[in-house]
Design a protein around this ligand. Structure first.
Ligand code: FAD
Length: 326
């Protein structure tokens, strides 16, 4: 079978690797790099994981899948000093350890995607804009209407709204997508010449428009240059996602420096990233979508919960079923 996987985030890469064992698989990715929200930005000598901060592996399937990556040093445990903050006040602390590991890609979160795309046929910088029914399968087209090929099956491995944009009118996938509101997030990346003296490496923040601060440079295998990654709350981002980016940045910077102390000018690198589809609430259900008549399927974190392990589980369960049927 010729199978197209659209989206090279974790779920798309997991699906493609599994199906490639028996089929001819092509992955389409709109961005330059793979890994989707497991992203890393390198700029001006600084490094930031501005999407997913860490991941955990509870299920035996995910632990098994990760084993070869662990052996190759693609990820490692982040033994952070973790704190809970009520704005600037510390209310609880604990050390993340081996009992419940918090994993990060090494040297950046995007190492996981880079490892998984080895041996796959990935068309980068290619946004799939249209699925046209063709005989028993699908004709794919890009933004300009150009032909991207014909496939027997299509797997959509995208956030809910982007899945909906490609879902055919005669499929109930549209309803599935409509029932899954995804939430936004702003990520602020800060690079410093002098390290801030903080008593924690990762902090969950309450009673503020920011929800998370991490000392990105405290993760294993990072450059020495001191960096912070700060995430807004989903509620703040949902309410301000289309606002002037400079106004959002200056509000979040004021929040951040009130909480961590110091002056915003001490950060020589300051950048803001807008994630329109960052997170999804936990939901029950099969964890993926499949329509065998249409030869169309979909997977991704949002079928389960906005987490790395959920993206894996969704793709894993879908491809277990597909490999048994095709
Ligand atoms: C700010 C932030 C913080 C997070 N923190 C954590 C955390 O600490 N722990 C955790 O477990 N999870 C976290 N997550 C969630 C985690 O990153 C996701 O659950 C997971 O990476 C989702 O993978 P996915 O494959 O389902 O989707 P994605 O990673 O979104 O992959 C979808 C891919 O599809 C591509 N694409 C979209 N439209 C098209 C198109 N039309 N054609 C071609 N390609 C297309 C996109 O470019 C993207 O690469 C965080 C996410 C964000 C944004």
């Amino acid at each position: 079978m010729r199978i197209a996987v659209i989206g090279a985030g974790l779920s798309g890469l997991v699906a493609a690797r599994s199906l490639q064992q028996d089929h001819d698989v092509t992955v389409f990715e709109k961005s330059r790099g793979v890994g989707g929200r497991m992203a890393t930005r390198y700029q001006d000598g600084f490094e930031f994981d501005h999407g997913a901060q860490f991941f955990t592996a509870r299920s035996a399937e995910f632990q098994d899948f990760l084993q070869p990556l662990l052996q190759r040093g693609v990820f490692a445990s982040w033994r952070a000093r973790f704190a809970e903050l009520d704005r600037g006040a510390i209310t609880a602390t604990r050390a993340w350890g081996a009992d419940y590991p918090h994993f990060v890609g090494v040297p950046g979160m995007n190492a996981v995607g880079k490892f998984l795309d080895e041996g796959l046929s990935v068309c980068r910088n290619t946004r799939v804009a249209q699925l046209e029914s063709y005989k028993k399968g699908w004709q794919l087209r890009d933004d300009g209407g150009s032909d991207l090929g014909r496939f027997d099956w299509v797997i959509l491995a995208l956030p809910a709204a982007q899945t909906r944009a490609l879902a055919p009118a005669d499929s109930n996938l549209r309803d599935v997508c409509d029932s899954a509101a995804m939430k936004s997030c702003f990520a602020v990346m800060l690079g410093f010449e002098e390290p801030l003296q903080l008593p924690w490496d990762a902090a969950l923040v309450r009673d503020a428009d920011i929800s998370w601060v991490s000392v990105n440079s405290s993760k294993p295998g990072r450059p020495d240059a001191f960096t912070l990654v700060v995430h807004s709350t989903n509620a703040y981002a949902d309410a301000h996602i289309d606002n002037d980016i400079e106004a959002v940045k200056s509000h979040l910077l004021a929040e951040i420096f009130e909480i961590v102390g110091g002056k915003s000018g001490s950060a020589v690198f300051q950048q803001l990233q807008r994630w329109r589809y960052a997170n999804a609430d936990r939901r029950d259900g099969p964890g993926f979508f499949i329509d065998e008549d249409l030869r169309l399927a979909a997977c991704g974190d949002w079928f389960i919960r906005g987490r790395v392990e959920a993206a894996f589980s969704s793709a894993f369960s879908l491809t277990q079923l597909l490999r048994a049927r095709l």
